[in-house]
Design a protein around this ligand. Structure first.
Ligand code: C5P
Length: 247
């Protein structure tokens, strides 16, 4: 790979800051800021050092995705969304299971905060069915008698009706969601495994290139980079894979 970072790729790459301490998180931000458009702050880090890390990411002129998967009554969601946006998130997510009304409240809170603080309106994404919930759990434990893919699609449609920007979806679902809900409806895909790192337990994975070719707008990289011995070499390989001819 040449030394010029492809901005189009960078803007679509997110790094999952799945670490326990602020020092580890800051180190990852410092090292990998040139390669990732957005840092994903999930519950693990947020519950330890949430506000500190998001302030740090903003100071470094980068973006953060608040991956806190909100699910509560509409009024609480509106207020939580307001505060997330006030803190400068570029993306955040809610559970589509919370209902169309709840998702509309998230949007409302976000719009009011963006207006009050003169900030960009972040992208709000819905989580449909967690990849850890299989059909057996759906049918037997949760008593939801639906096929996973039908449910994913229905929840994604609800998110669109509520005015959200898109969904978090596994690699398996990208094409279906794009086909049914349109190209403008954002799909963000985690569970990404670059070619050099395919060896672990994750199901429903795809390489970065395959996810983009299938239509993902954004992809989340985690351990493939954060656990690599040489993280810069690892992310450079990801860029090469994406830019390369073959999948
Ligand atoms: O597995 P990896 O370390 O690449 O995961 C990166 C991020 O993607 C993690 O923060 C994880 O919570 C998220 N993820 C997800 N849904 C999946 C797989 C991973 O949200 N199906």
């Amino acid at each position: 790979m040449n030394n010029i970072i492809d901005q189009n790729i960078k803007n679509r790459l997110m790094l999952a800051l799945d670490v326990d301490t602020i020092d580890e998180a800051k180190e990852l931000v410092d090292l990998l800021n040139p390669y990732f458009g957005t840092f994903k702050v999930g519950l693990q880090l947020f519950c330890q050092n949430g506000i500190e890390i998001i302030k740090y990411i903003k100071e470094k002129n980068s973006n953060f995705f608040m991956d806190v998967k909100l699910h509560d009554i509409a009024n609480t969601i509106e207020r939580a969304s307001y505060n997330i946006v006030k803190n400068g998130a570029s993306f955040f997510n809610v559970h589509a299971f919370g209902s169309i009304e709840m998702m509309k409240s998230a949007k409302k809170g976000a719009l009011i905060a963006a207006r009050d603080f003169n900030l960009d309106i972040p992208k709000i994404l819905a989580v449909t069915v967690l990849t850890s919930i299989d059909e057996k759990i759906l049918n037997n434990e949760l008593m939801i008698k639906a096929h996973s893919s039908d449910l994913v699609l229905q929840l994604a449609l609800n998110a669109k009706i509520a005015g959200l920007d898109g969904v978090v979806a596994s690699a398996n679902e990208i094409k279906l969601i794009k086909k049914e809900l349109g190209d403008d409806f954002i799909v963000l895909t985690p569970g990404i495994r670059p070619k050099f790192s395919i060896n672990d337990e994750q199901k429903r994975t795809a390489t970065p290139k395959k996810a983009f070719c299938d239509g993902a707008d954004y992809i989340v990289l985690g351990r493939a980079i954060t656990k690599a011995n040489d993280k810069i070499e690892a992310i450079k390989k990801v860029y090469s894979e994406i830019q390369g001819e073959n999948d």
